[in-house]
Write a protein that binds this ligand. Structure first.
Ligand SMILES: Nc1ncnc2c1ncn2[C@@H]1O[C@H](COP(=O)(O)OP(=O)(O)OP(=O)(O)O)[C@@H](O)[C@H]1O
Ligand SMILES: [Mg+2]
Length: 263
């Protein structure tokens, strides 16, 4: 076995020199990192640093100009987004993307479709497989709603939920795809203090259950309390990677980004 072959059972994700340019903007430049199974990996950096673009490259919405990435032993390079989702990569979006006119429950049910094994005609004729899967999915969806604190909102139209609840619903929907890596783009954005606390507690619970998390966040309390590793980006580049303590102590990071908010 050669080290270059690099199969490491502890490693869930690896990116190597990922780059993406939009016209004159080098949004992501030669970014490399690894995510250990069961850990929380945080991505921080100022507005426009390239964090969301990097998530887009990871889940396949955006095609990288250069670089490679692996999910476990699977080479993701060039793989379509829906195939990555089937492998167990899920994400939530900075700008909430829900089916606003569907119910809360139906939004979560939509997540299960990533893996449904029902032949299309069963949907038309409502055959046995359809009914069995439907009952099972509804039960699981309700469990996920309970997990994010929305058990009593199942029948409500998603677009009418308060903002913080919509963010939690996005997480429930992403969990419905049964991910092995959940990527959340600014899950705490727009949440009040109590909601952030609840979010942190839920994310910690997911990690306890063995889920690996990649979190993009501006909320430093969340990052510092949850993350095992922190990657700091600026102008598309990697500024630093380390533990939360190392990042907090780094003078460049403090000057460029953290300012005086972190005591
Ligand atoms: N589709 C696009 N077309 C052109 N430029 C883009 C596109 N997406 C992102 N950019 C540019 O790439 C850079 C990185 O943007 P990105 O959204 O990844 O930053 P970010 O770190 O997520 O910022 P924020 O903290 O504000 O969410 C920015 O300069 C942005 O304007
Ligand atoms: Mg962003």
């Amino acid at each position: 076995m050669t080290p270059a072959a690099g199969h490491d059972a502890d490693r869930l994700f690896r990116a190597e020199a990922l780059s993406k340019r939009f016209g004159g903007v080098q949004a992501v430049q030669a970014i490399s990192f690894e995510i250990t199974r069961g850990s929380v990996f945080a991505l921080i950096g100022p507005n426009g640093a390239g964090k969301s673009t990097l998530l887009n490259l990871l889940n396949g919405i955006t095609t990288a100009d250069a670089g490679r990435m692996w999910f476990g032993a699977v080479d993701l390079t060039g793989l379509a987004a829906y195939r990555r989702a089937r492998l167990g990569l899920a994400r939530t979006f900075q700008k909430i993307r829900l089916f606003r006119h569907l119910t809360v429950l139906d939004n979560v049910l939509a997540g299960f479709h990533v893996h449904h094994h029902i032949p299309p005609w069963q949907y038309v004729l409502h055959g046995g497989a359809y009914r069995r899967d439907r009952a099972r999915f509804r039960e699981e969806a309700r469990e996920l709603l309970a997990f994010v604190g929305l058990a009593d909102r199942a029948g409500v139209i998603a677009g009418s939920l308060p903002y913080g609840a919509q963010r939690m619903l996005e997480i429930a929907r992403a969990l419905a795809t049964r991910p092995r890596l959940l990527m959340a783009d600014e899950p705490a954005a727009g949440l009040n203090g109590a909601e952030v606390e609840r979010l942190v507690e839920r994310l910690a619970r997911l990690r306890e259950r063995g889920l690996t998390l990649l979190v993009v966040e501006h909320n430093m309390d969340l990052v510092m309390s949850l993350a095992d590793r922190v990657l700091v980006m600026d102008y598309g580049q990697r500024l630093l990677e380390g533990t939360p303590a190392e990042v907090q102590e780094n003078p460049t990071v403090v000057a460029a980004y953290l300012g005086e908010r972190v005591s």
